[in-house]
Write a protein that binds this ligand. Structure first.
Ligand SMILES: Cc1ncc(C[n+]2csc(CCOP(=O)(O)OP(=O)(O)O)c2C)c(N)n1
Ligand SMILES: [Mg+2]
Length: 535
């Protein structure tokens, strides 16, 4: 008969999971064996937090839930940041932790704290596995993680329960409810009228488009109406960004806001599709006034009050968009002023002056890497610039932490994606502080033999914070640090390391890096203050 661990592993495999990430401890050995028996690879990482981001990287390829495993106490605590990120950045992470049995915990206190209590405020659900309900709990965990706004679900597995055989009844059918679009109604007719009458409509798309598999609906709508589109950072690439209708991305850049916000003021109809303002900075809170005509399609009711809409449709966002489009004929929009000019202004603003620096590094990498490259970017000044300047040609073409905005994500996200889809070119962009936060995972890249180019923007400072500190008139404090020899680190960690100071060398190294069976750490020194006026 299968053990509890077998049931958990089998159900995860059936849900599409092929990798689980973590660091073992005595409490999870049976679970790891169960994974192996079910065909799920256990990937040893150097820090549980990174393991959580690697798991996320696999999800962006498989679309299945992703799995992180941690052992009692310190292992569990280490991954809290990745769990919070999964909560805010909407990742269906199944976080399985080992714990001591309840009776043992009455007297045995070593490493023991209440895992569920710690995690309940940052997970969609937190379960302690129960004998006789193992299959029910794992199925619930998968369903809850994937349902609506995806997010993390935690299961604490008592050590002895993992090994107990389970007499599981004939598999039951677990129905996933279909989400539907709006029905024909007065509100829908009013929305269609607003679209028919609009002279300067504009669409803003966000991450829920991806959750609903609605990218093509957005593309079709934009093509049909020649609708200009802004996306959040997570929604980049829904419409390939070399399409003239894809104006650019909005999120954290005041410089981009200056270019795009006037269009929002001028627009007489804003169509929000799966737009979750959790990715936006404060300048986007109530960015349009109460009289603006706004049609919103979203997964859930707007109770965040970060913006208001005049018409709101809750349900499948792609179906909503199709319903809006149905029967509406097209006409010329934005007469007299061309959104494509605004697009060109944005492109120019983030193109740089051609000298060596972050702009040139990003532009060179985009040209040198194949069109189907998946990029991962860390958090800092470099991310704001890259999210504006890096063109994406497919949904999830750029991975990042855009809601929690945590550092230390880019390398592990890329490792996870590359493990899940080995033939896909994947590249990492990271600040020097962010790279120093996760250096250990270079060893994971080495062990997994992953051909990943890693570009480090070396400026010896926490540039984003230094910029804020300076512009707010604070003393320069706690933002500068000494220079790490990343090229030497690359070799020390079993990969290749190189320092690069010009475009030709960068292009050359990027081509070589894709052919190696290990990572290439590329230290790119840039000027201090390189982002001043640029993000
Ligand atoms: C885990 C975590 N700690 C602190 C911060 C605050 N923070 C945001 S950006 C940043 C600077 C990152 O420096 P670096 O990686 O060198 O990137 P740069 O800004 O220089 O491009 C810091 C400290 C954060 N977002 N996440
Ligand atoms: Mg830096």
């Amino acid at each position: 008969m299968p053990s509890s661990a077998d049931i958990i592993a089998r159900r995860l495999y059936d849900a599409g999971c092929r990798q689980a990430f973590g660091i073992p401890g005595g409490e999870v050995l049976e679970l790891m064996d169960g994974f192996k028996r079910a065909g799920i690879d256990f990937v040893l990482v150097k820090h549980e937090n990174s393991g959580g981001f690697m798991a996320e990287g696999t999800h962006h390829f498989t679309k299945a839930p992703c799995v992180l495993l941690a052992t009692v106490g310190p292992g569990v605590a280490n991954a809290v940041n990745a769990v919070v990120n999964a909560y805010q950045d909407q990742v269906p992470l199944i976080y399985i932790t080992g714990c001591v049995d309840a009776n043992v915990a009455q007297t045995y206190t070593h490493q023991v704290f209440d895992h569920c209590e710690l995690l309940k405020s940052v997970t969609k659900a937190s379960f302690t596995l129960a004998d006789g309900a193992v299959d029910i709990i794992i199925d619930k965990a998968v369903a809850i993680a994937m349902d609506g706004k995806p997010g993390p679900v935690h299961i604490d597995v008592p050590i002895s329960l993992a090994t107990i055989d389970q007499n599981i009844p004939i598999p039951v059918r677990r129905v996933t409810p279909a989400i539907s679009g709006p029905v024909e109604s007065l509100e829908l007719s009013m929305a269609r009228n607003a679209l028919i009458e609009a002279k300067r409509p504009l669409m803003i798309a966000g991450v829920e488009v991806l959750h609903h598999g609605s990218s093509q609906d957005v593309v079709n709508f934009c093509h049909k109406f020649q609708m200009p589109l802004l996306t959040t950072y997570k929604a980049k690439g829904i419409l390939p960004e070399d399409n003239v209708l894809a104006l650019g991305a909005v999120g954290l850049s005041p410089k981009a806001d200056k270019i795009f916000l006037p269009m929002i003021s001028e627009s007489d109809l804003i169509i929000l599709v799966g737009y979750d303002p959790i990715e936006m900075r404060s300048s986007w809170v109530n960015v349009w006034g109460p009289n603006k005509s706004v049609i919103e399609f979203s997964d859930g009711p707007n109770t965040h009050y970060a913006h208001q809409a005049s018409m709101s449709f809750v349900g499948h966002v792609g179906a909503g968009l199709n319903a809006l489009s149905c029967g509406v004929t097209t006409k010329e929009i934005w007469p007299g002023n061309s959104p494509s000019e605004v697009r060109a202004v944005h492109k120019k603003a983030f193109a740089g002056d051609g000298n060596w620096g972050p702009h040139t590094i990003i532009a060179t990498a985009r040209l040198a890497m194949p069109r189907n490259t998946i990029a991962a970017v860390d958090t800092g000044a470099h991310r704001i610039l890259l999210s504006q300047a890096w063109e994406c040609y497919e949904p999830r073409g750029l991975m990042q932490s855009s809601a929690l905005c945590t550092m230390g994500v880019a390398l592990p996200l890329a490792l996870g994606r590359k493990l899940a889809e080995p033939d896909r070119p994947v590249i990492v962009f990271c600040g020097d502080a962010g790279m120093e936060m996760v250096l250990g995972e270079l060893a994971t890249a080495r062990d997994q033999k992953l051909a990943i180019p890693i570009i480090v923007f070396v400026d010896d400072t926490l540039a984003l914070i230094e910029l804020k500190q300076r512009s707010s008139g604070y003393n320069s404090l706690g933002v500068d640090f000494g220079r790490t020899d990343f090229a030497a680190v690359g070799y020390a960690m079993g990969g290749v390391g190189v320092t690069i100071t010009d475009e030709i060398a960068l292009k050359d190294e990027l081509l070589k890096a894709q052919l190696r069976n290990t990572f290439t750490l590329m230290a790119c020194p840039i000027e201090r203050n390189a982002y001043d006026g640029n993000i």
